[in-house]
Ligand binder design. Structure first.
Ligand code: URP
Ligand code: ZN
Ligand code: ZN
Length: 461
């Protein structure tokens, strides 16, 4: 049985046009005006934008971190994602030092298989460089893991030194692997943190104050330089500030292949939230931290102009009346991370309603560019015949206010509680199956398939 979506306005990363769309056997079959229905199930999309399903390329589901575990697993997190219009995600495998990388891949496969309700892929974090690491990375490429995250932050835990970063970049350069970097100057931050704690400055806001934006700018520029010398493309994850954006902009002007991602928390929240009275600021503790108010307008401009290509979530939820409380009296112990997998698309669409970005840039940032950068295009992120029928019917008129009570993420708060929005997903299809309809989840845990991703190639980026 085929499905015919009629009377909608198709929106892609570049275009907007009125057309009908036929889906069969999980893929898009035809697109055109006035398609005749031939025994199909007909879905009326009058007043809806018909767009590719969202792709969240930065999630941490069921992840052990800072003495806790992110509260959403692959079942709850991906159901929430689907409810928000996200039909694929890429999660980060975090290996245990001294153990084979293949073992870490098996662990993450075990977390996802039979549970994920949307399609999923993996990036791999590189947390040490041993004599066998590069060979193990070659094997990862064969498994469809083609992007790798390195940290200049979290010394003593995830951070690796510039030498190892450079080695990895050189390895990536001629293999079509994409290196992602969490860019902050970890050692300098560690020194500021120690000084603050010694002075008794332990409330949540000091998490932000101990990690100045200049140290994100410095690390971003440094890694861009290393990538330039290595001749490797580079993707900066969760970019938060003007200094880092400036470094990315300069590199792109020179013609260097540098791509940046930001997240809704850096567009809408500010350091004032981390300074809320009592311990409430802990709800806003993530790394890099949410910045002073003046950074967000620059990020919006970067998004509109294309120096920031993607919006992901860094979804890494911890309960406020749970793990976050471990850091009462010591901000260093607050598990770092925010929920967001469900609200990403609606929050970015809010930028369309406020004329900060265009409708096509919205689709581009949440679906098309993520697919192009991470080896999924045009199977995902595109409305073309042959693509997977991952489709969202977006209702631009829906008015509502955000509250964690109405959301599906397994966490006891929303950082955006009470924020009013216009526009949200009405119907969500994954490979032609209707998985969310007007606020009801109709999909199935385990329906999600592993995404064996292609290697990086710089198409229109
Ligand atoms: O606070 C965050 N971002 N937690 C997740 C780990 C990371 O650095 O992405
Ligand atoms: Zn990070
Ligand atoms: Zn992250």
């Amino acid at each position: 049985m085929a499905t015919l979506i009629k009377n909608g306005t198709i929106v892609t990363g570049t275009d907007l046009f009125k057309a009908d769309l036929r889906i069969k056997d999980g893929t898009i079959r035809s697109i055109g005006p006035g398609l005749e229905h031939a025994g199909d199930v007909v879905v009326d999309a009058t007043g809806r934008f018909v767009m590719p399903g969202g792709i969240d390329v930065h999630t941490h589901l069921d992840m052990p971190f800072m003495g806790a575990r992110s509260t959403d697993d692959f079942e709850t997190g991906t159901i929430a994602a689907a409810m928000g219009g996200t039909t694929s995600h890429i999660d980060f495998i975090v290996p245990v030092k001294g153990r084979p990388l293949q073992e870490a891949l098996e662990t993450w496969r075990g977390k996802a298989e039979g549970k994920a309700a949307i399609d999923y892929g993996f990036h791999l974090c590189i947390v040490e460089m041993t004599p066998s690491t590069l060979g193990e990375l070659d094997a990862m490429l064969e498994d469809g893991i083609t992007s790798f995250k390195l940290f200049t932050a979290y010394p003593g835990a995830l951070m690796i030194d510039d030498g190892a970063i450079f080695t990895t970049l050189r390895w990536a350069a001629d293999r079509g692997a994409l290196i992602q970097v969490h860019a902050e100057n970890g050692p300098a931050i560690a020194e500021i943190v120690d000084a603050m704690v010694a002075e008794g400055r332990t409330e949540p806001k000091y998490h932000g104050l101990s990690r100045p934006s200049a140290l994100e700018g410095e690390a971003t520029a440094r890694v861009i330089t290393l990538a330039g010398v290595a001749g490797a493309p580079l993707y900066i994850v969760h970019l938060t500030c003007r200094e880092a954006l400036e470094a990315v902009g300069k590199a792109r002007k020179r013609g260097q292949r540098v791509y940046a991602e930001t997240c809704p928390q850096y567009l809408y929240l500010s350091s004032d939230d981390m300074a809320r009275p009592g311990f409430e600021g802990a709800k806003y503790v993530c790394t890099p931290p949410i910045r002073d108010k003046e950074h967000a307008p620059a990020l919006w401009r970067g998004l509109a102009q294309g120096d920031i290509l993607t919006v992901a979530t860094d979804h890494c939820p911890f309960d406020y009346d749970g793990a976050k409380r471990m850091g009462e009296g010591d901000f260093r112990k607050i598990p770092s991370g925010l929920p967001g997998i469900e609200t990403r698309m609606a929050l970015l669409y809010h930028g369309v309603t406020e004329n900060r970005i265009s409708l096509t840039r919205f689709v581009d940032a949440v679906a098309t560019k993520p697919a192009k950068l991470f080896g999924l295009y045009p199977r995902k992120g595109a409305i073309v015949p042959g693509a997977d029928a991952d489709i969202v019917l977006w209702d631009p008129e829906r008015d509502y206010s955000l509250s964690h009570k109405d959301l599906h993420m397994r966490v006891d708060y929303s950082p955006y509680e009470g924020m009013t929005l216009k526009g949200g997903p009405d119907k969500v299809f994954i490979r032609g199956e209707l998985v969310a309809d007007n606020g009801r989840f109709l999909g199935k845990p385990g329906f999600g398939r592993y995404l064996h991703r292609d290697r990086f190639h710089p198409i229109e980026l």
